[in-house]
Design a protein around this ligand. Sequence first.
Ligand code: G3I
Length: 370
Amino acid sequence: MKKRVFTTRTLILSVSVICFVTAILLLSSFGGTENENNSVQQDQAKGLKDYYKDFFPIGVAVSPTNIEGEQGELIKKQFNSLTPENVMKPALIHPEENKYNWEPADKIVAFAQANGMKVRGHTLCWHTQTGAWMTKDAQGNQISKEIAFARLKEHITTVVSHFKGKVYAWDVLNEIISDSASTTKIYRETAPWYKICGDEFIPKIYQWAHEADPNAILFYNDYNTENPVKREKIYNMLKKLLAQGVPIQGIGLQAHWRLDDPNEQQIKESIDRFASLGLKVQFTELDVTTLGNRSDTTKTYTPEKEMKQTEFYKMAFKVFREKKSAITGVTFWNISDRGSWLDRGGRKAYPLLFDANLQPKKAYWGVVNF
Ligand code: G3I
């Protein structure tokens, strides 16, 4: 009798399991629209941030208008970190000596907080997008070093304090290293702060930022960081600063890349080199332009460009995943091919993972299918 009950139960159980498995298979074959790389539709509920949850946050640079409407929805689904593209820069947030314009940046920070996203602050000190008033006196003459220090201190202390506890990381200094192929030409000598102060302002600005928010992670941020000559100049500057006890914890590698530059080896070398200083490494402004040199006047996203860009993005994210122990963030510079800072002079760069209709491109699937 016992044996018979067992047999009946087993039969019912087996039939149930078969029905369940069949239902799942049917659902996935009828309901699952296949995308470019065989991901099924259920994956379309996931965003970049979900695919990369075990690796690092995925960010995007935005303006205050980007976070509204359909772009806002895309951001919420795909990203878990924001960088204000322009509105925290000195000229915009501090347009006059006694005037701060907090509203645009506050709006981005509030959106991030409401949606559980991190915020990277960009940037406290740069040679571009700094109000003329900051480095000149009322007569338009260059200010003294003492006045420069006082203005930088006031600016940095006020801005970092305003966002204390809300901005987790700051690009304190942006792009002070020279692009010159000469190994002895270290700094961007045309930068107003360098002209006035030499390199003396560099340790100070990190100290002031640290005093204003001791918990903020302080970065140096630059581009062309895979070029061995520039990379070594940056490396040496950071090594020296760290040896002096300057509070700097991270290196931002901007990653404004091209279809054929840099290569995999150069990206790896750059990560390893900076990580060897004990710094956190972030890719802070990632995009991959499909434009060639200035003679490239193509306005379309050709199949060849699509294929090369997909391969490039796959390669880059493979490296990022391999090096995840060194990397604490990857941020795209703009949301989609609808609008990028690279679209200038009537040319279109198509540098991002979403097309102008905000749909994922082949490169997107190349990045998330691993
Ligand atoms: O807001 C004004 C608008 O009022 C005016 O009508 C219009 C006319 O040109 O200009 C608008 O300002 C532009 C601003 O972007 C906002 O769109 C500036 O001209 C333009 O120069 C500025 O470009 C920004 C650029 O930095 C400045 O150098 C880009 O948006 C921004 O993406 C770019 O970001 C930099 C990073 O901060 C540092 N690394 C390189 C990266 C790309 O250049």
